[in-house]
Design a protein around this ligand. Structure first.
Ligand code: GDP
Length: 295
């Protein structure tokens, strides 16, 4: 996770080693390297530019007040700003309601079905919830089978109806089934496609409107970098989701999506996926991510 970026940041800060104080020149030089590292990590251009400008202002402003070395000062400011950039504090998901309903959205292959299982597992084990998974992909029978496999892995019931071709009806049936059987949370897995298209958007919009979920999550593959950010933007414009799930962070050596989504889409990353197993889920802690990046 973030290995490339970490190495490059370390190299950038080395420039300041042995320098007695912060000057416009040494800050500018270091931040030029930082910006280059961010761009190579596939961070959004404006995000990278604004980020280094903020760090620069803070570094030059604080310099006179501090006794620490320029390297330490700049590292600390960069750490704080990276944390801010990723959202500051961690964010909760809302699963209040009778039952609470979490709607999953995202492209095919993003890790949506896997994450539906991971979240179910998390809510059962960590929050003591009784969870029902609902399979709403009416196009790919294999997707329904996959959710049943996931349900078995985590010991959760899966609601599906292979006769119905309308995801809205399936979702509604699933929610009433949950209500009459004492489930606390329903997680609705929906159909994704290989790219953003009108039919998928229209469908997820319709499902969201009909079931009024307590939480709508958008799932995206971190390894796709700026494509992840653009897809997030497109989904957010249509369904105004509550939070992002960044999957496959275990394979993401760059970090562009993790660093850009919050500032470009203005929605928090709430969870990360860090592997294929049902346990490979974590709450997204911006500070811990910044710790990782800065070593
Ligand atoms: P969906 O089409 O969006 O439902 O995607 P799937 O849940 O089927 O996931 C697509 C592939 O990504 C599968 O092979 C998953 O095992 C894999 N996958 C999902 N999440 C993660 C993750 O966090 N890390 C890794 N390494 N693989 C993941």
């Amino acid at each position: 996770m973030f290995e490339n970026l970490s190495d490059k940041f370390e190299r950038a800060f080395k420039v300041l080693k042995g320098q007695g104080s912060i000057t416009e020149i040494n800050v500018a030089e270091t931040l030029k390297e930082v910006r280059r590292a961010l761009l190579e990590a596939d961070v959004n251009f404006k995000t990278a530019k604004d980020f280094t400008n903020t760090v620069k202002e803070k570094a030059l402003g604080q310099n006179v007040l501090t006794a620490v070395s320029p390297g330490q000062l700049l590292t600390k400011i960069t750490h704080d700003e990276l944390t801010e950039l990723m959202g500051g504090e961690e964010e909760q998901i809302n699963f209040q309601g009778n039952p609470g309903v979490v709607l999953m959205s995202g492209l095919q292959g993003s890790g949506k079905t896997t994450f539906t299982g991971k979240l179910g597992n998390f809510l059962q084990k960590k929050k003591g919830k009784k969870v029902l998974l609902v399979a709403c992909d009416v196009y790919r029978p294999a997707a329904i089978d996959q959710l049943h496999v996931v349900g078995e892995q985590i010991g959760a019931e899966v609601f599906s109806n292979r006769e119905l071709k309308d995801p809205v009806q399936i979702a509604q049936q699933g929610i009433s089934h949950a209500r009459s059987n004492g489930y606390n949370v329903v997680i609705v897995d929906t159909a994704g496609r290989l790219a953003v298209d009108e039919q998928m958007m229209e469908e997820i919009e319709r499902v969201k409107k009909a079931i009024n979920p307590s939480e709508t999550l958008f799932v995206v593959d971190a390894m796709t970098g700026q494509d992840a950010v653009n897809t997030a933007k497109a989904f957010n414009e249509r369904i105004d989701f509550d939070g992002v799930v960044l999957t496959k962070l275990d394979g993401d050596t760059r970090g562009g999506a993790a660093l850009s989504i919050r500032s470009v889409v203005e929605k928090p990353i709430k969870f990360i996926g860090t592997g294929e197993k049902m346990e490979a889920i974590d709450v997204f802690y911006p500070k811990r991510m910044a710790d990782r990046i800065l070593g």
